[in-house]
Design a protein around this ligand. Structure first.
Ligand code: FE
Length: 215
């Protein structure tokens, strides 16, 4: 599938050759809008760069990983997180755009959760940052609903037949975060080390946390 949301005009592959690609209509609209806002003095390019920088460097899956590691370490927090995800996530300082209501769904041996936005690309920004391109793609959005087990296998996630797969459709109002199962062999790990095992995809449901490496 092609990446129509890419932010550059050119892609380059492993051998360094450049393949020019057309700019998508969405990119052109975005640029035109930015140029207009800057021209009219409504925003500065610096302000836009600062917002982008914030989402690239400060707001991303590392936030969600802190939430998951805390839930794995602190039973009372775990309970609060499932009861009111938004409030428990805000306790760690993660709030803001595209995350006014976050519902946390917990994986267990009986049920594995996976999130999608079938309409567009709704995603819990405060804890995961910006969505990956595949999350926004039409094939993912359609297929994860129609054949979730096959899609998860393509992501390398093979679940026992007895495990039910629950697909959660995000909306403008409600965003979901998957609380993955704590990996075996991590009983002695501190919260920081646990957080390092929590991948972005494990919080979308299309991946599992990393196994601990022997120290
Ligand atoms: Fe959406």
């Amino acid at each position: 599938m092609h990446d129509h949301d890419h932010h550059h005009d050119h892609d380059h592959d492993h051998d360094g050759h450049h393949h020019p690609r057309p700019v998508s209509e969405q990119e052109l609209r975005t640029r035109a809008l930015e140029a207009t806002l800057v021209e009219k003095g409504i925003v500065t390019s610096d302000a836009i760069d600062a917002i982008i920088d914030r989402y690239v460097n400060d707001i991303g899956p590392q936030n969600g990983a802190r939430v998951v590691a805390r839930a794995w370490s602190d039973p009372a927090y775990h309970e609060r997180l499932l009861a009111d995800g938004t409030a428990a996530i805000a306790e760690l300082g993660f709030t803001g755009e595209e995350g006014h209501t976050i519902v946390v769904v917990e994986n267990t041996p009986d049920a594995h959760n996976v999130i999608v936005c079938t309409l567009c690309s709704c995603y819990p920004w405060p804890v995961l940052g910006l969505p990956p391109t595949w999350y926004k793609s039409a094939p993912y959005r359609a297929r994860v609903v129609a054949e979730p087990r096959a899609v998860l296998e393509e992501f390398g996630v093979e679940l026992p037949d007895a495990t039910e797969i629950r697909v959660w459709d995000s909306t403008a109002e409600v965003r979901y975060l998957v609380l993955p199962m704590r990996p075996a062999g991590t009983d002695t790990l501190a919260e920081d080390d646990l957080a390092a095992l929590v991948t972005r995809d494990s919080m979308i449901g299309t991946g599992l946390p990393l196994a601990p490496t022997a120290a």
